[in-house]
Design a binder for this molecule. Sequence first.
Ligand code: C5P
Length: 222
Amino acid sequence: KEKKDLQGKNVLVTAGATHEMIDPVRFIGNYSSGKMGYSLAEELARRGANVTLVSGPTQLEVKHQNISRVDVRSAEEMYVASEACFAKMDAAIMCAAVADYTPVSKADEKLKRNNEAFSIELKATTDIAAALGKVKTNSQVLVGFALETQNENDNAKKKLVKKNLDFIVLNSLKDKGAGFNSDTNKITIIDKDNKTREFALKSKVHVAIDIIDELTRYLANR
Ligand code: C5P
């Protein structure tokens, strides 16, 4: 029998990459597939939650009827959509690979090439997780992700504090088959009290179950 232990809970998930437009046909992006975020959304919905999936551009499709998907393209659009619905959420999982920088201006027409060097001026995007962390109430649970190449645990812990997260999911890049565009992932969950739990390499569907199990424990204690 299916467990519906998240019945009635409202959960926001951000997923995928963002595309920062340079001109009408070019953008700055990244290799995030959205698979982890979509797996989280499906697992949440399966357990009875009402899921709002704020999704960057992806090939993936939503299956469960309890997931309402909001399609966005840029970091700015993702921020606006996430901020707009956060107040009514019991939890938010920030799984998207949001661009850190975006062009200061977008060209209205396709840029023409010449043989000169060319540079694009960039400005920092809004840190969506940190923005939600600032307005989070005591009853809301905020979860983030970290992808680190060095001092993994220390850097993840710093992010947890800086963004005011309840727990952070560290993706290991050292393990073959983990991270971007892969169907599998290997995670460590670090919480506010510095408690760390390492999990084995698993499919993203099974990793989603581990993360949602942890989230469910947090929600039960609120
Ligand atoms: O600081 P860093 O980008 O490594 O943090 C990753 C975490 O912060 C992820 O949970 C990601 O979804 C979130 N994030 C965000 N908005 C940004 C950058 C990161 O929500 N502009």
